[in-house]
Ligand binder design. Structure first.
Ligand code: ADP
Ligand code: MG
Length: 240
C-alpha cells in the first residue's frame, strides 16, 4: 500500500540560505497531520513545495503514486492538493458566493454547469457556517469570517489533501473551537489535512500525528503526547 503523499528528502535554498534540508515524511489517506516549529523554521516553504508555488532544489514529492515534483501548482490543484494562504486574499469586491465560484472554476477540469456550481457552492458555504453571508462583499467580512471564506475557497477545489497554514492565528478561543469543529468535519468527510499552527491547544487536539521543524529539518515526529514531552520540542519551541 502506498501513501497518499510522499515527501522524500526535499531541500530548498534561497540564495545561500538553506530553508529546508532533506525533509521526508509520508501521509496516509485521511490523516490529520500537524506541523509545528518556530517562525522561520521552513513550515510555509515546505507547504509551498507541496502545493507547487515553489519547486524544491532537491528531493521528490509523490502524490497518489505519481511524481509531482515538477508539476505546476494549477495542475496539483486539479489532482487534489489545496491550500489556504497565511494571509487570506479573497477578491474584496466580489460577494462571498462569487469568491467560492471563482475557486470552483479554477480547479475544475471541465466546466461546471450553473446548477451544479450553485449546489456545490451552497453546500460548502453551509459547512463553513457562512450561509447567511453569501451575498455580502468579501471585503466587509470579519476576521473569523474571512478565515472561513479562505477555507471555503480551498474546499471549492474538492481537494483530497487540504493544507492549512495558520488559519487560526489571531482568533479568540471560541472562534478557534468553531474552526476546529469545521476542520474536523472536513476530515470526517474524507479529506486528509495538514495543519500548520502555533496554537498548541488546537494542534494537539486536532492532530493524529505531529512533526516539529527547526531550521529546515524535522527534529521530532510522533503522536501529540510524544511531541509535547519531547526534549528538543520543549527546548526549541515551547521555551521550556
Ligand atoms: P515559517 O513558515 O516556518 O515561519 P518560512 O518557510 O516562511 O518559515 O521561512 C523559512 C525561512 O526561509 C525564513 O528564514 C525565511 O526568511 C526564508 N524565506 C522564505 N521565503 C523566502 C523567499 N521567497 N526568499 C528568500 N527567503 C525566504
Ligand atoms: Mg509560515
Amino acid at each position: 500500500m502506498s501513501a497518499l503523499l510522499q515527501v522524500d528528502k526535499v531541500s530548498k535554498n534561497f540564495g545561500g540560505f538553506a530553508a529546508l534540508t532533506e525533509v521526508s515524511f509520508e501521509l496516509a489517506q485521511g490523516e490529520r497531520f500537524g506541523i509545528i516549529g518556530p517562525n522561520g523554521s521552513g513550515k510555509t516553504t515546505l507547504m509551498n513545495c507541496i502545493g507547487g508555488a515553489l519547486y524544491g532544489d532537491g528531493g521528490s514529492i509523490r502524490f497518489n503514486g505519481a511524481d509531482i515534483t515538477r508539476v505546476p501548482a494549477w495542475r496539483r490543484a486539479r489532482l487534489g492538493i489545496a491550500r489556504s494562504f497565511q494571509v487570506p486574499r479573497p477578491f474584496a469586491s466580489l460577494t462571498v458566493l462569487d469568491n467560492v465560484n471563482v475557486a470552483i472554476e479554477y480547479a475544475a477540469s471541465h466546466p461546471h454547469r450553473a446548477k451544479q456550481m450553485r449546489d456545490l457552492a451552497a453546500a460548502i458555504l453551509k459547512r463553513m457556517h457562512l450561509a447567511a453571508k453569501v451575498g455580502v462583499p468579501a471585503g466587509s467580512l470579519t476576521q473569523v469570517e474571512l478565515r472561513k471564506l479562505e477555507l471555503a475557497r480551498a474546499l471549492a477545489t474538492q481537494p483530497r489533501v487540504l493544507i492549512l497554514d495558520e488559519v487560526m492565528a489571531g482568533l479568540s478561543a471560541a472562534e478557534v473551537d468553531e474552526m476546529l469543529e469545521i476542520i474536523m468535519d472536513i476530515n470526517t468527510q474524507g479529506v486528509t489535512i495538514i495543519m500548520i499552527e502555533h496554537i498548541m491547544r488546537a494542534i494537539m487536539r486536532f492532530s493524529s500525528r505531529v512533526i516539529c521543524l527547526d531550521a529546515g529539518t524535522i527534529v521530532a515526529e510522533g503522536v501529540p503526547e510524544t511531541i509535547v514531552a519531547d526534549e528538543s520540542v520543549r527546548r526549541i519551541y515551547l521555551g521550556a
